[in-house]
Write a protein of this length. Structure first.
Length: 119
């Protein structure tokens, strides 16, 4: 009798586990991964990033704000440094095709949250 009670309690405790809880995950960011040659970087901290996501897609532009963060090879930089690095990579054909630009943006407001250059 005690064995049946222990098993029943163990099964009841297993069904009360938080692992069965229903959770909704909200997607905070979406991203584009593009070649450097496909992207026009913003001129200032309140400009726009202009790019074409695919060969058959229309050209898109997303706004950057003062809260947008910039990085090169995962190291935080300011926008002028990012543009300087991009210009030096654009000077070579290999840099235009091999360097990647990652544009992370908020899907609700269409504002760029992070802009990353990876040579």
């Amino acid at each position: 009798m005690i064995r049946v009670t222990i098993i029943a309690l163990a099964l009841a405790a297993g069904t009360l586990s938080p692992a069965w809880a229903y959770r909704v995950l909200e997607q905070l960011e979406q991203a584009y991964e593009l070649q450097l040659g496909q992207v026009r970087l913003p001129d200032g901290t309140t400009g726009t990033v202009v790019f074409t996501p695919c060969n058959t897609c229309r050209t898109m532009s997303l706004r950057v704000t003062e809260e947008t963060s910039y990085s090169v090879n995962r190291s935080p930089v300011d926008l002028p440094t990012l543009r300087q690095q991009a210009d030096s990579l654009r000077a070579t054909v290999d840099g235009q095709t091999r360097a990647a630009v990652y544009i992370f943006y908020d899907p609700a407001s269409l504002r760029v949250t992070r802009l990353t250059l990876s040579p």
